[in-house]
Design a protein around this ligand. Structure first.
Ligand code: AMP
Length: 503
């Protein structure tokens, strides 16, 4: 089992099929892509890399990203993709921890990264000279061989290296077809968000289907550029975190655009507030699918399908839209107490997952692996509840839950309410230590441009919709929320600001 096999088989069947686009220009067809990948693989092996070696990718989105993912797999190597926005020191830490022997970088990001072997700029002459004249026969891999060492985004502490095998990623790719969307060869995935994360993982099902891969010329996410590609190339699919979806929808609304040219927008990776989802559906049409996953079971825990999102006649539609959907086909999902005992429908506990997408473990960290996978079940650290129909509603990560005066308060619930208040653009709710209550609820509020919502008005909105004890005891108004490189709000930093009095 080698993930590169999906590329080889399309190239054999239909070598002239368009494969990779640089902006709206065709860069390689499937025949040329497979040929180049096999010759790059030969170049890597001839220069001394052995099966099982790790290769770091520290670059913005680039056509070379796809070539290198598949060339490494073709050669039996494992990739270590790193977010291009990491500080060089953070990237160096990951490269060292992973024991990466080689690295590929773009000059804007990665020059300066130290590895024992070569550090190659993909726009330079060394990369151009790397493909060997004779292609390498594809390495044979065991299903359990490491394919992708995925460093967690590290919103707390040091990132951990999640070991994803060929089997894990093949199961992830197949689940796209069973639980997310069908893919036709004429469809195009656009890599706006970082390919080191979900966007890059979704290259795999699109390679399986022999679809088109579009790398924006900017190498990143720019709503205007993405809408331009939608107009010129069409049938675009994109994976995006909710904050990125919001920027896309803002752009559409401000410019009188619709979802024309887009096929599917898969959102996930962080909570999508119901209000934002309704606006997205209104502005861009029925093009959305939600997934819930985590590095440890990439892209695959649950999915909320297009059909479920649109089934407004269903008596529990409102609850379903606020959920993350049902278990995806390759996994079982249950909700359990701290001892791993399943809880009845409706009760909140930790979300547990078992199946072929669940990681092999953390790289060189057996203790963390033992803590995360118990009796074959991955403990996700997310809190949630299942309903009778199998729909999972996430609350918060267990560490984000606030315990105030002995009552559990889920920040997400308070955030959803505050977002309905006039003049509020973004909200994040955290707990602050308090001598009387243990913790109190604090809301960080980003006002909409030109608006100044006040605490009394926000209190009034809360009192109309949620229990009095859940209402924030303090509001902190700020211009922006701190976010990590994938657009997730850094609650740890907000809590830190409260602790050291800089909020
Ligand atoms: P990461 O491993 O960096 O992809 O982060 C995974 C975490 O993001 C999960 O454990 C959840 O806490 C959160 N997450 C992922 N998908 C969703 C979703 N659809 N809704 C809410 N939170 C999500």
């Amino acid at each position: 089992m080698n993930l590169a096999n999906s590329l080889a088989r399309i190239a054999r069947q239909d070598p002239r099929r368009p494969a990779v686009f640089a902006g709206d220009r065709l860069h390689l067809d499937y025949g040329a892509l497979a040929g180049r990948v096999a010759r790059l693989a030969a170049g890597l092996r001839e220069r001394g890399l052995d099966p099982g070696d790790r290769v770091a990718l520290f670059m913005h989105n680039h056509t070379a990203y796809l070539e290198l993912l598949y060339a490494c797999w073709w050669a039996g190597l494992a990739v270590v993709p790193m977010n291009a926005k990491l500080h060089l020191r953070e990237a160096q830490w990951i490269a060292d921890h992973a024991g990466a022997r080689w690295a590929f970088v773009t000059a804007d990001v990665g020059t300066g990264l130290q590895v024992p072997g070569a550090c190659i700029d993909v726009d330079g002459s060394d990369y151009a000279a790397l493909p060997a004249p004779v292609p390498l026969p594809m390495a044979s891999c065991a299903p359990t061989d490491l394919a992708w060492l995925f460093y967690t985004s590290g919103t707390t502490g040091k990132p951990k290296g999640v070991m994803l095998t060929h089997r894990n990623l093949l199961a992830m790719a197949m689940a796209y077809f069973t639980d997310v969307d069908a893919i036709e060869p004429e469809d195009a995935i656009v890599y706006g968000p970082p390919m080191s994360h979900g966007a890059g993982l979704y290259a795999l099902p699109h390679m399986v289907a022999g679809a088109r891969h579009v790398v924006p010329a900017s190498g990143g996410f720019d709503p205007e550029e993405i809408f331009g590609l939608a107009r010129r190339i069409g049938r675009l699919t994109m994976f995006a975190a909710p904050t990125v979806v919001k920027r896309l929808v803002d752009h559409a609304e401000a410019n009188g655009l619709s979802g024309e040219g887009f096929k599917t927008i898969v959102y996930g990776g962080a909570p999508m507030y119901v209000q934002d989802l309704h606006r997205a559906l209104r502005v861009m049409g029925p093009r959305f699918v939600q997934i819930y996953g985590q590095g440890e079971s990439p892209m695959v825990i649950t999915a909320l399908s297009r059909r479920h999102l649109l089934d407004s006649a269903h008596p529990r539609h409102a609850e379903r839209v606020a959920s993350v959907g049902v278990a995806q086909t390759p996994v079982e999902v249950r909700v359990a107490d701290a001892d791993g005992v399943s809880l009845p429908a409706g009760e909140v506990g930790e979300v547990l997952v078992r199946g072929d997408t669940v990681m092999a473990g953390y790289w060189r960290d057996p203790k963390a692996t033992e803590a995360a996978i118990r009796d074959g079940w991955l403990f996700t650290g997310d809190m949630g509840s299942l309903d009778e129909d199998g729909f999972l509603t996430l609350r918060d990560r267990s560490k984000d839950m606030i315990i105030s005066g002995g009552s559990n308060i889920y920040p997400r619930e308070v955030e959803e309410v505050l977002l309905t208040a006039p003049g509020v653009a973004e909200v994040s709710v955290v707990g602050a230590p308090d001598p009387e209550w243990g913790e109190i609820v604090v809301a960080f509020v980003v006002p909409q441009p030109g608006q100044a919502p006040d605490s009394a008005a926000l209190d009034a909105v809360c009192l109309q919709q949620i229990a009095r004890f859940k209402r924030p005891k303090r509001y902190v108004f700020c211009d922006a929320l701190p976010k990590n490189n994938y657009g997730k709000v850094l609650k740890t930093e907000l809590r830190e600001r409260l602790k050291n009095g800089t909020a």
